[in-house]
Design a protein around this ligand. Structure first.
Ligand SMILES: [Zn+2]
Length: 305
């Protein structure tokens, strides 16, 4: 049996040119589309079952990363209306309201800062001194920076981000973006399964230190255990970043499943339980969503580029 695991992040009517959430209306259309074409099952329950699920339609699961509070306002009501089970993978420092996910913080600061220049002390190419004269130039820089930061070692990425956060300090960072533990308990009672997305949204595949990988995986699991009363079965690797070392440590810590991000189906016999693929969906209409879910969109995009 195969299962298609659809990954969502933010569901929000706010538009964001650097990282666009899915509009709630669009999300409802996507959920209706998935429900019509697939049998939707709760991911962890499906993976736990030794026996096969009988279904005429292909199977699908709905999962969310990051734990943004807009899940409660815009996603959960739709999921409840259509009786759809789901899982949410949370960044425990964010649920503690101690931290923002660094990619979000970068996007927010670059979009709102009135500063015209930053200077970064780093060996990384193209990350030193940047001056921009127009907002357009600033956004071009911001768009190019994030993919570059995702490729470098975690320690250097933290160094660069810290310098940027200190210099773009003319902006008040939004508070209460993430569900806190009371809210996570509430959605858990509503049937949403909670798993870990690490303590700090670290890109685990870019970390050399085994101790640091261990603490990101173990401390987040222990925190969920302490707050929600169960040890999470699943680790969702932030930004889909993992390595053989990460998978081994995740298993040692006590997780049963590790979720990657790539556009494949999970084939239970072939796939490794610590690199289960997921397909991310975006703020796109049903035609594009259909093409993406059937993997045609990848081919169309490749032909166009
Ligand atoms: Zn994430």
């Amino acid at each position: 049996m195969q299962i298609n695991i659809f990954l969502f992040h933010r569901i929000n009517p706010l538009r964001d040119p650097l990282w666009d959430p899915i509009d709630p209306g669009q999300f409802e259309q996507q959920i209706k589309f998935i429900q019509k074409n697939y049998s939707i099952v709760q991911l962890e329950s499906y993976l736990d079952q030794a026996k096969k699920v009988k279904s005429k339609k292909p199977l699908a699961s709905i999962v969310f990363d990051d734990g943004y509070k807009d899940f409660m306002d815009h996603a959960l009501p739709v999921l409840q209306r259509y009786r759809i089970p789901s899982s949410m993978y949370v960044v425990t420092n964010c649920a503690d309201q101690m931290d923002l996910i660094w990619t979000y913080q970068l996007d927010f600061l670059f979009q709102n800062t009135k500063r015209r220049r930053i200077q970064i002390d780093s060996e990384e190419r193209g990350c030193q001194k940047i001056t921009w004269t127009t907002d357009e130039e600033k956004m071009i820089f911001a768009k190019a920076l994030k993919p570059r930061l995702k490729k470098i070692k975690n320690t250097e990425r933290e160094n660069i981000c810290d310098q940027i956060f200190k210099q773009l300090n003319d902006i008040e960072i939004p508070k209460n973006l993430y569900m806190d533990w009371d809210e996570l308990r509430e959605i858990s009672r509503e049937g949403v399964t909670i798993g870990s997305h690490t303590s700090s949204h670290a890109m685990l595949g870019n970390i050399d230190s085994e101790e640091l990988i261990f603490s990101e995986l173990k401390e987040s699991a222990d925190k969920i255990h302490q707050e929600l009363g169960y040890f999470p079965k699943t680790i969702s690797y932030p930004i889909g970043s993992y390595s053989p070392k990460v998978k081994k440590i995740a298993e040692q810590v006590g997780y049963k499943y590790g979720l990657a991000v790539n556009q494949e189906k999970f084939k239970s016999k072939k796939h490794d339980l610590f690199e289960i693929p997921r397909m991310e969906l975006y703020n796109e209409n049903i035609l594009k969503t259909y093409l993406r879910t059937t993997n045609i969109w990848k081919t169309v995009s490749a032909m166009r580029s």
